[in-house]
Design a protein around this ligand. Sequence first.
Ligand code: AMP
Length: 443
Amino acid sequence: MSSTFNDFNFNAGLLDSLNSMGFNKPTPIQIEAIPVIMSNKDLVACAQTGTGKTAAYMLPILNKIIESNTDGLDTLVLVPTRELAIQIDQQIEGFSYFINVSSIAVYGGGDGATWDQQRKALTDGANIVIATPGRLLAQLQSGTANLTKIKHLVLDEADRMLDMGFYDDIVRVISYLPTERQTIMFSATMPTKMRALANKLMVDPQQINIAISKPAAGILQQAYLVYEEQKNKLIKHILASGNFNSIIIFSSTKEHVKKLERDLSNMGFSLKGFHSDLEQEEREEIMRAFKSRQLQMLIGTDILSRGIDIDGIDLVINAEVPGDAENYIHRIGRTARAATTGTAITFISDTDQYKFLQIENLIGREIEKLTIPIEIGEGPVYEPEKKPKHQAKGYSNGSKSKSSSNSSSSNNRSAPKEHSKPIHREPSGIKHTIVKKPNPPQE
Ligand code: AMP
């Protein structure tokens, strides 16, 4: 098994870039995926943000572009959100420091100038296009881009794209690509619809599974049992009693985000709400300010939870239990990145307890429940087995679905055609405790 980047026979310039970025050792997903992609095989990889998945597909592609002296458009990366598109583009910039490869992020929003700039990059032939499906389709339909020379197609966070309703757009975009190409799919989960998509798009794909459903070891996970009307007081208490510099608070709707933004505005923190009502420029500006520590706190919906790579966040608060248990892992994964430590606190209201139990089932352990301070009052008693009526359809009972997991086709994570042996499997059963509901789009 390779343990240094030298083992991949990468181009010297690419190795220099990795060196200058402090990438000393490949991560497990990179060790597994890079040789497969180098050998031009199609690949389905289960890996979540934070595992080094971007470099896992981008490094071998960059190496192929340099080695074959490719001129013009070579690679299309489809992603669910503009934030992720921008972030991947920035990573490519780092990888390309000592090599000559160009890339462009193509995403919705912005003004006519942005559209023209994206169109120019598409026609002038940047080597790599990272795009959200809707905007790319609009550019394609206006007759601008020519994707007939694409050699590599990557679907990143493919499950998220399907959750957001991009299936038809993806299929339409792909109809503009040549059939002879390498197709690579990265996804945190492998729902049935994704397997169907993989079957449709790929030829004899290799499969790799890297430990999902496990939050980083450096995250201190805690929870409070709290009634809805006690939550704001509790947030204020936590913020006042800790020494936190960089904080994200997740809330389930943009209305809640806006309310929290107002309620916390007089606490002396620099903070902003982050939701889909903001203009693209505002979102980018807020993200820049947060990354550079000019802003201490972001309060956002799930559009913040995936793919956003910001180091040094020391506190994540889930003001509500996330509607989807895997989102919990994505959300708290914003803290404790790159072997640092962080705290993730989740508020469990009386109606969210059953949902929280599913999260504990998914990660395979109980999360410490703290008692709310006496001055805030008494919180609810923890009775997670009592399933509220409105959740009866969305979630399966943990222990029951463990035993029936093998027959649950809607939740079977095995991919289309399994070739390489799965690695880093979770303890048996844990991954099958959730009957996945489609996420409502947050964009
Ligand atoms: P990703 O899973 O692609 O979002 O990557 C998570 C973070 O890990 C990013 O900040 C990457 O720059 C970083 N990273 C990826 N691979 C490596 C590596 N081999 N060594 C050090 N950092 C890495």
